[in-house]
Design a protein around this ligand. Structure first.
Ligand code: ADP
Ligand code: GLC
Length: 470
């Protein structure tokens, strides 16, 4: 089958979170099964753009409302990522440094989707499937079916994967002029609660909808930021497929970011060396368990609870553990975490920002990874941490529930709790501090986790089944 993935992110070209990791890996594993999967994304000003060679494959003129513009599609010359990678360049609109966060994001991603479909119009042989990811490419299923100028693409099947339903790309009806001329009778396919809602539109118009874990799909029916009734109504075409991880890239034996490599056979020594690096860099006490957090400092991730959890843990459990936080996000959470720094007694530190290299060293050097998420569609961090022998401490929700079994259960290996609340998380910290000193158990758990299979090989077959069903 011939599949075109349309996404705002793709690692290592541009990544803001897990969406990038998934789109950077999934197509490679589809190709390994003998299919042809390609990726098209906006051309941002990233290091990858400037350090690779490109061919121009298409030049076009198009319009978005009454704004006419030129666009170019370029292709990475060597397919070094394991798939054909295409970037859409719209001068001044897409070629920015960051992926998201601009006032004109609505125009940026609408223009991107128009360019992708205009470009597809020029192909002599169309893909069998257009696979869109999240709301940034969510207008495509509608446009393919209902825009007059894309009539020639209407036979192509579309699949939507929802990585995060919190963000839906809402735009007021006044912006409907941005969408190329469409069949006005179909306005209901764009609308949700009197606004244009690209994610809702994609759920209505795509031939199949997938979520990135089975539990997340169940949760969306009662907690999806306003789309609950829609998920209930469309449940027949929805399926939950657990993400995999790229275990060739995320492998402590060969990880290019690690100074000290290790495997199951020398994990204790290997992890200790990486922990030592972190303790030196961040002024932490090597003898205490090291509990870390990596991620966006936003409410979904429960990051706002961290400052209180850390101070309560020190107060109620004692200064028996270290905390190290890596992330950026809400200024008030960043400030709350920074405010704790002067109180550290060689047992707390925070790095505010995005740092891919440090995240890898943390997966390797931490003893525990804390994920108190309120919402977690899948979560990759817990799978990375397990691959590196680091015990995840997760709230039972979404993909966390589907991937982590509490060490108190048969064959369990993680620390699980039910509420994203300060007492529940602090209790998990207390359990972690206890487990750390049971060296034998800790090592058994680490070994067990490192041999678990979270690879894409299994998950990718479920996607192929979805395509084949169409
Ligand atoms: P989400 O996509 O919701 O942010 P995921 O768990 O799916 O959550 O994926 C997060 C990805 O982003 C992981 O690869 C994680 O290591 C990475 N990441 C998040 N924040 C940072 C950061 N501040 N520095 C480096 N990597 C980060
Ligand atoms: C989203 C979700 C995260 C998931 C990732 C990749 O960003 O928040 O849970 O792992 O997408 O699918």
């Amino acid at each position: 089958m011939d599949i075109l993935h349309v996404s705002a992110e793709c690692y290592p070209v541009a990544k803001a979170g897990g969406l990038g990791d998934v789109v950077g890996a999934l197509p490679k594993y589809m190709n390994a099964l003998g299919h042809t999967a390609r990726v098209v994304m906006p051309m941002y000003r990233t290091k990858f753009l400037y350090t690779n060679d490109w061919d121009v494959v298409h030049k076009g003129n198009t319009n978005m409302g009454n704004w006419w513009f030129e666009f170019t599609v370029i292709k990475e010359k060597t397919d070094k990522l394991g798939f054909e990678l295409y970037l859409v360049d719209v001068n001044g609109l897409l070629d920015r440094e960051k992926v998201y966060g601009y006032d004109d994001d609505t125009e940026r991603f609408t223009a991107f989707q128009i360019c992708v479909l205009d470009w597809l119009n020029s192909w002599s042989q169309h893909p069998d499937i257009i696979h869109v990811h999240d709301h940034q490419s969510g207008l495509i299923p509608f446009m393919v079916k209902h825009c007059l100028r894309y009539r020639g693409l209407a036979h192509i099947k579309t699949v939507l994967t929802i990585h995060n339903a919190q963000y839906q790309g809402w735009m007021p009806w006044a912006r409907s002029i941005l969408i190329p001329q469409w069949d006005m009778w179909k306005w209901g396919m764009l609308d949700w609660n009197n606004t244009i809602n690209p994610l809702a539109s994609a759920i209505k118009c795509a031939d199949k909808v997938t979520t990135v874990s089975p539990s997340y799909l169940d949760e969306l029916k009662y907690m999806s930021n306003g789309l609950e009734a829609l998920f209930e109504y469309e449940k027949g075409k929805c399926v939950g497929i657990l993400n995999g991880i790229d275990d060739k890239h995320w492998d402590p034996q060969v990880d290019e970011y690690l100074e000290h490599h290790y495997s199951v056979s020398d994990l204790e020594a290997g992890k200790a060396k990486n922990k030592m690096l972190l303790c030196d860099q961040f002024n932490l006490d090597f003898d205490k368990p090291l509990i870390g957090f990596i991620g966006r400092l936003v409410g979904e991730k429960g990051a706002d609870l961290l400052p209180q959890v850390i101070s309560d843990s020190f107060y109620f459990i004692g200064r028996r553990m270290n905390f190290l936080v890596l992330g950026s996000g809400f200024p008030e959470v960043e400030a709350g975490l920074a405010a704790l720094k002067p109180l550290s007694q060689y047992d707390y530190n925070v790095f505010v920002g995005y740092n891919e290299g440090l995240s890898h060293t943390m997966y390797a050097g931490l003893d525990f990874l804390l994920m108190p998420s309120r919402v977690e569609p899948c979560g990759l961090n817990q799978m990375y941490s397990m691959r590196y022998g680091t015990v995840p401490m997760v709230r039972r929700t979404g993909g966390l529930k589907d991937t982590v079994v509490d060490f108190g259960e048969v064959n369990g290996y993680g620390i699980c709790y039910d509420q994203a609340s300060i007492p529940d998380i602090t209790h998990a910290v207390w359990r972690a501090a206890g487990l750390y000193h049971d060296k034998e158990k800790m090592n058994l758990i680490r070994k067990h986790m490192m041999t678990l299979d979270f690879s894409w090989e299994t998950s990718v077959r479920h996607y192929i089944d979805v395509y084949e069903s169409l």
